[in-house]
Design a protein around this ligand. Structure first.
Ligand SMILES: NC(=O)c1ccc[n+]([C@@H]2O[C@H](COP(=O)([O-])OP(=O)(O)OC[C@H]3O[C@@H](n4cnc5c(N)ncnc54)[C@H](O)[C@@H]3O)[C@@H](O)[C@H]2O)c1
Length: 343
């Protein structure tokens, strides 16, 4: 007779998620690195994301990211994340999400976590981790520039500062003057207003930055001229669709996962369509983390992270364990009701 039993089901709200993650940038970076290493070693399952789109609301979408991660995490599950860009006009965040974690033994869902914070955190942490490793052994860039200044840009800045980065200058470019001003205010509050410049064009921002973060919602490339990058900056291309193929092809390209990144009309996908091959992808983040690939200094380096569901699961599992240890979260008694096979 097997001793399997139906597990309990917990709901972890945003405040509890935030409590579990706040200020723990280095700990989170370690979790993200472990998840990437497991992915690189093949101890994950990360099928293509499913994009649910709506003919009557073309700018909106909901993405399903099912995944499984082994190793010390040992969890399966799915992230279900909406992007409704018009929300921003009403002053509420564009993205909202839940994460369902499933027990590996019984398959039962064991938790539903608010996941916009987990998603932003894992995105920012992976960008900061990549920036750290892609500049290892060199002087870190001290002039940062943000193209697109929403929630993700703010989280990336926080994770860079939280893992020891310091900047002499911060540039901002956003199509919305209001968003640019809001972000300038945030930067002033967190790191002092010295050296903050709101740029009138992406070109002047890129030319004046050694670390360029793209976190826009651009659906098609709006940066076409490789000459803007002739000073060989490190580029964190988190929004994936900003750079024209000619910019991609003039750079050294690092991705988190080749298959995922070259899909859905990302800049790299467009470059592949133009060339008919994907040899312009130089390395994965795994290659960088394991020291198998060293970035060049005579070309811009572009990191394009698709953002793997395995990262959400790894961080979500950590949040669940932290919340349970702190006695927080809500256990929904009797959530699974019909638990006897023959009643
Ligand atoms: N790769 C990943 O893992 C990952 C994970 C999460 C989010 N993202 C992406 O990050 C991006 C930013 O997300 P967010 O939540 O911060 O969005 P947001 O809506 O809060 O902010 C986006 C900002 O970009 C600005 N913008 C749009 N087009 C621009 C352009 N061409 N030039 C300059 N600014 C422009 C907007 O005015 C807005 O201020 C999204 O594209 C999202 O899909 C990627």
């Amino acid at each position: 007779m097997s001793t399997l039993s139906v597990p309990s089901f917990s709901v972890i709200g945003g405040a509890e998620v935030q409590n579990a993650l706040e200020g723990r940038h280095k700990e989170i970076a370690d979790i993200i690195e472990s998840a990437y290493l497991l992915h690189g070693r093949g101890d994950t399952v990360n099928p293509p994301s499913y994009f649910l789109r709506f003919p009557d609301r073309p700018s909106s979408r909901i993405i399903a990211l099912p995944a499984s991660v082994g190793g010390e995490f040992g969890v399966d599950g799915i992230k279900w994340i909406s992007s409704f860009p018009d929300n921003v006009v009403a002053g509420i965040p564009r993205a909202s999400a839940v994460l369902i974690l499933n027990d590996r033994t019984t398959g039962y869902p064991v938790a539903c976590l608010e996941s916009s914070i987990i998603s932003a955190t894992r995105t920012a942490s992976s960008a900061a981790l990549a920036a750290d490793r892609l500049t290892a052994g060199r002087e870190r860039p001290r002039r940062i520039g943000f193209v697109g200044t929403g929630l993700i840009a703010r989280h990336i800045h926080a994770h860079l500062l939280g893992t020891g980065w310091e900047f002499d200058a911060a540039g901002i470019f956003d199509l919305s003057a209001q968003h640019a001003a809001g972000f300038a205010d945030y930067l002033g509050r967190t790191s002092g207003s010295a050296g903050i410049t709101v740029h009138e064009s992406a070109e002047s921002l890129i030319r004046g930055s050694d670390l360029v973060v793209f976190a826009t919602v651009a659906g098609t490339p709006h940066v076409h001229d490789p000459a803007w990058f002739e000073h060989n900056p490190l580029v964190l291309h988190v929004s994936l669709r900003d750079l024209a193929p000619e910019v991609v092809l003039a750079a050294a390209n690092v991705v988190d996962d080749v298959e995922h990144c070259l899909k859905a009309d990302t800049s790299l996908h467009l470059a592949e369509q133009r060339l008919g091959h994907r040899e312009f992808v130089d390395a994965t983040l795994y290659d960088v983390l394991t020291g198998d690939w060293t970035p060049p200094t005579d070309r811009p380096v572009v990191f394009s992270p698709f953002g793997l569901g395995v990262l959400d699961l790894a961080l979500g599992k950590h949040v669940l364990e932290t919340a349970r240890a702190a006695g927080s979260g809500t256990v929904v008694d009797g959530f699974f009701h019909e638990v006897r096979r023959y009643g």
